[in-house]
Design a protein around this ligand. Structure first.
Ligand code: HAM
Length: 407
């Protein structure tokens, strides 16, 4: 399987969709201050407590970025992009780093693409981000995915609900895993998205977040759902979807694939109206976005045999016989490439027969052979590899012949 070709096809398709949604590409550094990531993502999240590649230079701690949302918000604030008219729409592609135990679909270095709409709390922004996330899978022909959505409410309703959950889980503390016991204090909502079966049974009967969500967030959620229905996007509501990062409020969502094993989350995102203040902004900046894993997307494409266009076919394979002919072929190949043709010449001193075999293997459309006689007459032997025919062609007529088969 040509992973790089699949990657390129996926990336081109993704860029095309993101650009149709009018997102502008943003590139930010891989190395960021630890404080930015810790404040942005939340000091008690798994990523910040256990999964950072961090190092110290002078008195400052740095990390290899584990995601791009906090870095993009940092860039937005630092470069005063809020002063531009209207909301700002960014997309990105890039490597991220998390010190997790590697397994299928989970890597220490992986790649994310994603998009953020910064500067509006309109429910249409949430719906547009979700719609764009799934539109990319549709454009790639990927099936067997599921979109789950939820609302987390505002900060006050999350705090209220955290207290309710602490009360609910307290009597069964001993039955919880060590990680969940810790979360009981730091962030009890995280217990809800446990992957452990015996904990899921306890979670099933827990009080639901929805009953503690503030009215404005509920209205916002209803509006987001209505917009999604309006454009025919299927979703399932999941009251236990909480996401692993602290910066979310209101909308949260995930897209899952059923074809890639345990690490099934293809993409995730949501609204993060408090992130800007958490990283030092004096004003609240409402925002919503998503990010998706490139490697997991490729795994899902492979599992479903999603196809991508073949690489451009080879127009010609050039063979030079003798030192002078080889030099001529070298120069000719260079000129043909400059003309826009896709050609190769053998760099080994192998027999003509061996080189013809290579030309077949590379599926070259033509084979161009130049020896001493051809050099003297400045006419090459051109073999049509499809028809099996051969003719003499003046050197300067070669581009015309090679281009003619393309039309
Ligand atoms: P996240 O859910 O942590 O969200 O990551 C998004 C996606 O990155 C996941 O759904 C998964 O496909 C991929 N991913 C995460 N960790 C790994 C890994 N170790 N190996 C391979 N793939 C991985 C965020 O990062 C948020 N910044 C999303 C967001 C954007 N929220 C608002 N805007």
């Amino acid at each position: 399987m040509h992973r790089a070709a699949a990657w390129r096809h996926a990336e081109e398709t993704i860029r095309a969709v993101l650009e149709r949604f009018a997102f502008e590409e943003i590139r930010t550094p891989v190395v960021e201050p630890l404080a930015l990531i810790a404040r942005g993502m939340g000091g008690s999240t798994d990523i910040v407590t256990k999964e950072m590649f961090s190092f110290e230079r002078g008195k400052t701690h740095y990390v290899l970025r584990p995601e791009l949302t906090a870095p993009v918000m940092r860039a937005y604030l630092q470069h005063h992009m809020g002063q531009r008219p209207g909301e700002q729409r960014f997309f990105y592609f890039g490597p991220c780093f998390r010190a997790e135990r590697p397994q299928k679909g989970r890597y220490r270095q992986f790649h994310q693409y994603g998009a953020e709409i910064i500067g509006t709390n309109d429910a249409r922004a949430d719906a547009e981000i979700i719609a764009c996330t799934v539109e990319i899978y549709r454009a790639l022909g990927l099936k067997n995915t599921k979109l789950r959505i939820n609302t987390l409410g505002d900060a006050a309703s999350r705090a209220r609900y955290s207290a309710v959950l602490r009360e609910y889980f307290a009597p069964m503390k001993d039955k919880l895993s060590a990680a969940s016991q810790k979360r009981l204090q730091s962030n009890p909502l995280r217990i809800l998205d446990t992957k452990l079966d015996y904990e899921r049974d306890l979670v099933r009967n827990a009080p639901q977040l929805m009953t503690h969500v503030d009215e404005e967030s509920l209205n916002h959620y209803e509006a987001v759902k209505a917009y999604l229905k309006r454009v025919g996007i299927d979703f399932a509501e999941d009251p236990f979807l909480v996401r692993g990062l602290d910066y979310y409020s209101r909308t949260a969502f995930e897209v899952e694939s059923f074809d890639i094993g345990a690490q099934s989350a293809l993409a995730g995102g949501g609204r993060y109206d408090r992130l800007a203040e958490a990283i030092g902004s004096k004003q609240a900046v409402p925002a919503v976005g998503f990010a998706a894993g490139m490697e997991r997307l490729l795994l899902a494409m492979e599992a479903q045999d999603v196809s991508w266009p073949a690489a451009a076919p080879l127009d010609a394979f050039l063979i030079g016989l003798g030192e002078a002919a080889k030099a001529e072929v070298f120069a000719l190949a260079f000129q043909l490439r400059r003309d826009g043709l896709h050609v190769v010449h053998g760099l080994h001193n192998r027999s003509m027969k061996a080189q013809m075999r290579t030309a077949h293997r590379l599926r070259a459309r033509y084979c161009i052979i130049i020896g001493d006689n051809e050099l003297a007459s400045r006419q090459a032997q051109v073999k049509d590899m499809d028809q099996g025919t051969q003719e003499s062609v003046p050197f300067d007529a070669l581009p015309r012949i090679l281009f003619s088969h393309r039309s």
